[in-house]
Design a protein around this ligand. Structure first.
Ligand SMILES: [Zn+2]
Length: 124
């Protein structure tokens, strides 16, 4: 996905990160699940640190990513940041707004390239 062609004809570029043309939609149930997972995993990591098992915990948790991210030493803040990013990357759908006419486009499903268009209408 590099751009979205709007019904008005405008093409919105969606490349690059962070993109000013893309956001994220999560239902509260998804956000709550994410929050619970993040909390559980951070607590598990902190317990592993206390038991001096942090390296094996991180290797187990991140798998192949571990070798690249934590070759020699573990920075607790980095691991917690990675746990948080991992939890927040699950679920949710991308949202894009046409810069010209303000129509919203929402992904049909997470990671799909199908978008549903929502047109602006005055609230009554
Ligand atoms: Zn448009």
């Amino acid at each position: 996905m590099s751009s979205i062609r709007c019904k008005c004809g405008h093409r919105t570029d969606t490349t690059g990160y962070p993109s000013p043309a893309l956001g994220e939609l999560k239902w509260q149930t998804e956000a709550e699940t994410e929050s619970q997972e993040r909390s559980r995993d951070v607590r598990a990591f902190l317990a592993a640190v206390e038991n001096k098992q942090d390296k094996s915990w991180a290797r187990n948790y991140f798998g192949d990513e571990y070798a690249e991210g934590y070759p020699e030493s573990i920075d607790m803040a980095d691991v917690i940041e990675d746990i948080t990013s991992r939890a927040s990357s699950k679920g949710g759908r991308c949202v894009s707004q046409c810069e010209k006419c303000e129509r919203l486009y929402i992904q049909k499903e997470c990671y799909s390239d199908e978008w549903v268009c929502f047109e602006k209408e005055a609230a009554s």
